[in-house]
Design a protein around this ligand. Structure first.
Ligand SMILES: [Zn+2]
Length: 410
């Protein structure tokens, strides 16, 4: 059974319209969350799970009274907000289904599952739009040491609810492609390994079931995303949550929100997250067949890394001390939140140069009409020299890169 089309058809009824940019502060998210489920006879039980290192609240939402516990969390990496937005849309769907059909779906979920959601598990990282927690730790490498309060909160909650499935929701960088193709990966999936041998079946484990659920999601999105889906690296990572939750029998499913063409705010990817997660849950509630095929999972190509955000092709670089060279220059974009200025800063950084003909840019510009005149320094990837791109015919037409920030054309 596939619920994806129905879910996508009605999606705009449930999309949270106050949060449509990927940059938001945890307090903004909380406000929208409280508004979404404030009604008296809410379908949700909302509790504070605990505090982050900087004493920001982390919330736990519980839905349903079925026998099957499922745990879903988002944004353990602060700069990975797509699934958090999708969870808000899912909360709207579960809290306030508009159509008769959707009401039935919500009833099904309510009776089959007890769903436990922890959105924005890393609010301190979210506030700065950085991967790590306030302690500077990558929470997804902290399962064994448990040095972050946030990791402890999630591990303790999972121990308590003993989820049959757990959804580990991340964003992956825009460099990922479907294999070596010029197609960006929009969604990547993984049923993480629980041992070095990447065994699938073992007593007490639900890795195959996780693969079956991913197969349902992939089949459901075939029409919309077809060749834009991939598999995340399946090497065992002893310190990570997914791998350890799998080991504990929590049927772990990793979803990585990647890049969709011209969707830098990730609103398309958000929509597909919403549909994939709800389709997975509804399919399981309607009976996951024991012998459900995992072919759709198996056949997903692995992520490749063929993309840069921007590539300028055929730029001429005039060095005073070397021969003039023609090269491609690749940039990656990133954002940081500047606390002092209270604003998001956008940066483009040069990450590679030379013959980049085997790579693709989400944006590409042919710069054969431009040259860069270098003074004494050379283009150094780590140093971010100041660069002036000058049009060969018209020297007044130029743009500059100062300290890694591109102004002008791109
Ligand atoms: Zn992540």
């Amino acid at each position: 059974m596939n619920f994806t089309s129905q879910l996508l058809e009605n999606y705009l009824l449930y999309k949270e319209k106050l949060l449509v940019y990927r940059h938001f502060q945890p307090e903004e998210f909380n406000k929208v969350l409280f508004d979404c489920i404030k009604k008296q006879n809410s379908n949700f039980e909302l509790k504070k799970l605990g505090d982050s290192a900087q004493k920001r609240p982390i919330y736990h939402l519980q839905f349903g009274n079925g026998k099957t516990p499922v745990l879903l969390w988002s944004q353990m990496h602060g700069n990975e907000p797509t699934a958090t937005m999708a969870l808000l849309d899912i909360f709207h769907f579960l809290e306030n289904p508009f159509t008769e059909e959707d009401k039935k779906l919500v009833e099904t979920l309510k009776n089959h599952f007890t769903l436990h959601f922890v959105p924005v598990l890393n609010p301190d990282g979210t506030a700065l739009y950085t991967r790590r927690t306030a302690q500077g730790i990558d929470m997804n490498r902290d399962f064994l040491q448990r040095q972050t309060p946030e990791a402890n909160l999630l591990i303790d909650l999972a121990e308590k609810v003993q989820p049959q499935f757990s959804f580990n929701l991340h964003d992956q960088r825009s460099k990922y492609s479907v294999g070596k193709t010029p197609i960006p990966t929009t969604l990547a999936f993984l049923a993480p390994a629980f041992d070095i041998e990447t065994t699938i079946d073992k007593e007490g484990m639900r890795r195959r079931e996780a693969m079956q659920v991913i197969s349902l999601m992939v089949e459901g999105l075939e029409k919309e995303l077809g060749d834009k889906m991939a598999k995340y690296d399946d090497a065992f990572e002893v310190r990570a949550f997914g791998d350890n939750f799998q080991k504990l029998g929590y049927g772990t499913i990793l979803i990585e929100s990647g890049h969709y063409p011209n969707d830098w705010e990730k609103q398309e990817v958000r929509k597909y997250n919403y549909a994939a997660i709800l389709n997975a849950l509804l399919s399981v509630a309607n009976g996951l067949e024991k012998d459900k095929s995992i072919t759709a999972y198996d056949e997903l190509p692995f992520n490749g890394t063929q993309f840069y955000d921007v590539i300028l092709r055929n730029v001429e670089v005039e060095y005073p001390q070397f021969v003039t060279a023609k090269m491609d220059i690749a940039f990656e974009r990133e954002t940081k939140f500047d606390v002092k200025e209270h604003q998001y800063l956008y940066k483009s950084q040069i990450v590679d140069l030379g013959d980049l003909s085997t790579f693709y840019g989400h944006e590409e510009h042919n710069f054969e009409d431009y040259k860069i005149i270098m003074q004494s320094e050379k283009i150094d990837l780590d140093k971010n020299p100041n660069l002036v791109f000058e049009n060969k015919q018209n020297p007044n037409k130029r743009f500059v890169v100062v300290n890694g920030v591109v102004s002008g054309l791109i």
